[in-house]
Ligand binder design. Structure first.
Ligand SMILES: Nc1ncnc2c1ncn2[C@@H]1O[C@H](COP(=O)(O)OP(=O)(O)OP(=O)(O)O)[C@@H](O)[C@H]1O
Ligand SMILES: [Mg+2]
Length: 251
């Protein structure tokens, strides 16, 4: 891959202070991720996956080491600066969808645009466009509780991409979904980078999910122990097309 470097981590460490104890969550991470990559991060519970993702997403800062995002050293920026960088350049998808329950689908997707200071009409247009892209044009006035888990996750993806980010970070995006719905979500995530060229980083526990990515990074005890290309990566849309339709053949 020859794209420009989006993420460059140099000896990044994260230490959490818990009262008297110090937790060494990341012990010196060196990592380069280029534009248009699709990366899976795996590792057992407590290995530092979410900590790493939160630092890459500017939700948290490293204790030591340097983080360059698009060439800019963001390691020690003030929280308000980091919030602005997040809002402009990074989209987030979480296991629990993190949608506002008392707010319509359309309003949920507009949320990042409010922080970005867009006008009312433009907000509605862009949110509708993002929802159309994930196939949910008919659900604008629904509430999250009226939708399936897979549909809610698609709303979350629409919200993540509404600001045209260059980077989307997903922490266990299929962790709450059954296996077929998981592949449907992976099909949408694959389109993010195939159609939009967005750099995608996914934390997952499931080996099968990592097979839909192009590169696999494994963490153990706060260190990278493996960083390899995915051999014969799977195409989620093809896998779905090859699946038998549920209910077919039944009365
Ligand atoms: N806010 C925090 N305060 C103190 N310790 C923390 C905090 N967040 C994470 N840790 C610790 O840092 C280590 C890495 O945690 P992290 O959440 O990054 O793991 P993970 O790989 O995402 O695990 P899981 O698969 O369970 O989500 C763990 O030992 C955890 O207990
Ligand atoms: Mg985690």
């Amino acid at each position: 891959m020859s794209g420009k470097t989006v993420i460059l981590l140099e000896n990044v460490k994260k230490i959490y202070q818990l009262g008297e104890t110090r937790v060494f969550a990341l012990k010196g991470i060196n990592l380069t991720i280029r534009e248009g990559e699709m990366v899976a991060v795996m590792g057992s519970s407590g290995s530092g996956k979410s900590t790493l993702l939160n630092i890459m997403g500017c939700l948290d800062r490293p204790t030591a080491g340097i983080y360059y995002l698009d060439g800019e050293n963001v390691s020690q920026l003030a929280k308000s600066r980091l919030a602005r960088i997040r809002n402009k350049r990074i989209g987030f998808v979480f296991q629990g969808f993190n949608l506002l329950g008392r707010t319509t689908v359309l309003a949920n997707v507009q949320l990042p645009l409010i922080y970005a200071g867009a006008g009312k009409k433009e907000m509605a247009e862009r949110a509708k466009e993002a929802l159309a892209w994930v196939g949910l044009s008919d659900y604008l006035e629904h509430y999250p509780s009226q939708m399936s888990g897979g549909q809610q996750q698609r709303v979350a993806i629409a919200r993540a991409l509404v600001n045209n980010p260059s980077l989307i970070l997903a922490d266990e995006p299929t962790g709450s979904l059954d296996s077929k719905t998981s592949i449907e979500i992976m099909a949408v995530i694959q389109r993010l980078y195939l159609e939009k060229g967005i750099t995608v980083i996914i934390v997952t526990h499931e080996r099968e999910i990592s097979q839909y990515c192009r590169r696999l990074i494994k963490l153990k005890d706060g260190r990278i122990t493996e960083d390899t290309p995915v051999m014969n990566p799977r195409n989620a849309a093809e896998d779905l097309a090859a699946m038998p339709d549920e209910g077919e053949g039944q009365i």
